[in-house]
Design a protein around this ligand. Structure first.
Ligand SMILES: Cc1cc2nc3c(=O)[nH]c(=O)nc-3n(C[C@H](O)[C@H](O)[C@H](O)COP(=O)(O)OP(=O)(O)OC[C@H]3O[C@@H](n4cnc5c(N)ncnc54)[C@H](O)[C@@H]3O)c2cc1C
Length: 446
């Protein structure tokens, strides 16, 4: 038995940290976890979960509009932001409680304070110093706010969940998934949304045809996009409005939200005291077992900036616990990680985009279904779904699948199993359709 206070000290009780702490404790380790904000981390408190609940809330705008064509009379509909906001925040509190309970049930000591590393086997929490055989950095990432003058007047996704009232005019800076998701949500709530982007495209990394489709639909829904428009400065007027200066000229908004990337949380963490190296963005450098340049310190999740997604942080936390305390060396497989954007409509993808496949494989076959879902037809909603399956011409294997349309992330999760398993296109064709569904298009691709 070690003479130190703990076998494992985890810094950060988010997706990766909670999984690592819980599983290590189940493997018999004496574990402590320090959390400076709220148990559950970004995903539960101010990320995936509250975001998805807002997406559900926003979707009622369309559903109530479409309901008329299905014979429903929905007179006097009115949206009340404080009701949704408070219900979402209450659900977040409930979930945070469940995470706390899970840790307690596994006898993990919880310290609700900021922790900093003071050496290869020591951590300081407030006035107390603790020693541990192994330290796990699972401190996640935080929103990046640009340095231009006046940017301090803006908010980030962290604050968006707590808004007192909805702004009438909102500028969202950024082109990634968080920018597009919040643009969709606030637009459905009746906010006049402008998305401003430094570059010339949204959602880099996703299939070009799929993101173009989102851009078209978003513009038709009333979201304005400004490309190649870096924010030069923001001036707060005496009225409270924000004048945003951009290359096309100044424009006034009631709020500005930055969704301009996320930075690993390593600042002031004391990593240098243990010889833990970080890269140029501040991400902890780790090997394929999540071990840092200090042999007794590991790191998982967003703080390592590998793939900033909850299921990846959880896998890394699990693999760490199994490797270090479960005597079962495990490496995370980063191939074929599916991901989604919960925009209006949502999109999702797995594997290579068409562009990547053409560059890497040369000869590829692309199968598409471009259709208007039955529900949209009756609703009089002129929004088309697009499914794409990319096939390696030599092996006939499916190397990528991408889709936009209602429930695309739900459908893609299942298709991702097939892509990961390396099935051929002909095996999709052998499956009999479930009719009438949208997903049946996947087995009818010509
Ligand atoms: C708006 C938004 C939407 C998102 N939507 C999705 C989605 O739909 N799907 C998806 O897969 N991912 C989504 N993500 C990303 C996802 O939330 C992260 O990838 C995930 O939470 C990373 O987990 P983690 O354990 O690395 O870090 P986190 O969950 O961020 O946990 C880190 C914890 O460490 C704490 N901490 C930091 N420093 C210290 C310290 N010194 N001492 C003590 N505690 C500390 C923090 O307070 C935090 O609780 C979203 C993120 C955002 C911001």
């Amino acid at each position: 038995m070690s003479q130190r206070d703990f076998n494992l000290f985890v810094i950060g009780a988010g997706s990766g940290g909670v999984r690592a702490a819980r599983v290590s404790a189940a493997h018999g380790a004496k574990v402590a976890v320090a959390e400076e904000y709220r148990i559950g981390g970004t995903c539960v408190i101010r990320g995936c979960v509250p975001k998805k609940l807002l997406v559900y809330g926003a979707h009622f705008a369309e559903d109530l509009e479409d309901a008329r064509r299905f014979g429903w009379h929905v007179e006097g509909k009115r949206f009340d932001w404080p009701t949704l906001r408070d219900n979402v925040l209450a659900e977040v509190t409930r979930l945070s409680g469940l995470y706390t309970q899970t840790l307690e049930n596994n006898k993990v000591k919880i310290l609700q304070e900021r922790a900093v590393v003071t050496g290869p086997n020591s951590v300081r929490v407030g006035e107390c110093e603790y020693t541990a055989d192994v330290i796990l950095i699972a401190t996640g990432a935080r929103p990046h706010v640009p340095k231009q003058p006046g940017c301090e007047h803006g908010i980030t996704s962290n604050e968006a969940f707590h808004l007192e009232q909805l702004p009438k005019r909102l500028l969202i800076a950024g082109g990634g998934y968080i920018a597009n998701e919040f643009a969709g949500v606030f637009n459905e709530f009746g906010v006049k949304v402008t998305v401003v982007n430094r570059s010339d495209a949204i959602l880099r990394g996703y299939d070009a045809q799929i993101r173009d489709r989102l851009l078209q639909i978003s513009m038709i829904k009333g979201i304005q996009f400004l490309f190649n428009s870096p924010i030069e400065k923001i001036v707060k007027e005496s009225s409270g409005a924000l004048t945003v200066h951009m290359p096309g000229g100044p424009a006034e908004f009631d709020a500005v939200m930055f969704a301009t990337g996320r930075v690993p949380n390593t600042q002031g963490l004391g990593l240098e005291s243990a010889g833990v190296e970080v890269d140029e963005n501040g991400a902890v450098r780790v090997d394929d077992e999540s071990r840092s340049t200090c042999p007794s310190i590991y790191a998982v999740g967003d703080v390592t900036d590998r793939v900033q997604l909850t299921p990846v942080a959880i896998r890394e936390g699990q693999a760490f616990a199994d490797t270090v305390f479960g005597k079962k060396p495990t490496k995370v497989d980063y191939s074929c990680i599916p991901s989604a954007v919960f925009s209006h409509p949502p999109l999702a993808g797995v594997g290579m985009t068409e562009g990547e496949a053409r560059n890497r494989l040369g000869a590829v076959k692309v199968y598409t279904a471009d259709f208007r879902p039955m529900k949209n037809v009756l609703a009089g909603r002129n929004e088309r779904a697009l499914y794409k399956v990319i096939v390696d011409a030599a092996s006939e294997k499916i190397v990528g699948a991408h889709m936009i349309g209602p429930d695309a992330p739900e459908i893609l999760q299942v298709l991702a199993i097939a892509v990961k398993a390396g099935i051929r296109k002909s095996q999709l064709d052998e499956v009999v359709a479930v009719h009438p569904t949208m997903a049946e298009e996947l087995v009818l691709l010509k």
